[in-house]
Design a protein around this ligand. Sequence first.
Ligand code: GDP
Length: 300
Amino acid sequence: LVRLRARLARSQNALGKGLLSLLSADRLDESTWEEIEDTLITSDIGVTAATQIVESLRTKVKVLGSRTPEEVRGLLRAELLAQIETDQDRAVRTEPHAGVPAVVMVVGVNGTGKTTTTGKLARVLVGDGRSVVLGAADTFRAAAAEQLATWGSRVGAPVVRKDEGADPASVAFDAVSRGIADGVDTVIVDTAGRLHTKTGLMDELGKVKRVIEKKTPVNEVLLVLDATTGQNGLRQARVFAEVVNITGIVLTKLDGTAKGGIIVQVQRELGVPVKLVGLGEGPDDLAPFDPEAFVDAILG
Ligand code: GDP
């Protein structure tokens, strides 16, 4: 966790340093406030949140009169937290119920990090002593099933897969059946993320979910978003939210961007909490999303 925090801090530092130095100016005039707002918008936090933060900070700074650097930091910390915290549960539901495995579907556009996240999540669970089966329901690219199989043997989780072009729903069904037969704790199903048509995607993801639900409820539908893709990622998120009931967001590649502000926008738009963050390509680079640690990483 310490290592992950350090990595997060490195990527988010520019944002925090910039904001703190702007806010610490002797006189905060109109152009400085604008600069603060621009800096926030550059981090992909969104115009609405940036405006709210700046307005609230202005009021509080005015009330304070003179400000110490600690006060400035405290004010900014509280504003950022207020934008990120929600009262929704951020725990990923992976606990089996009454002897039936929990099922997690991982959805998102290709390249966002679905397969990697599936592998990393399995690693966390297996590390906690849980048994896991992985379903390679992205059957459109042979490479995807291959990649998941590599993760499976790396983390010690069997992978259910079929030939390229097989029906994704039948792979999901087989994975869940296998999970039930073996009495495992959690089945994680990696899906295909072709966004060529909304109806195509809806049909496919809907079918995968329905077929799983013939056997057992789907506990989580995690939407994987690449933090470096900004507004484009947000557009993708909207499409997925329309076609399937998302229960949590995984924001990947936060290690490679200072645009972590996208967390605020995506939660606000979808009304769903960010549950996990990806902080690298390695098996241990997945962490629960902790708003306080995130804000502290930004502010250094
Ligand atoms: P998928 O097509 O959605 O299944 O995406 P993949 O899991 O194949 O990931 C696409 C690329 O992103 C791969 O090169 C991964 O190693 C990389 N990747 C995934 N998650 C992260 C992350 O959190 N940080 C970084 N730096 N790279 C990541």
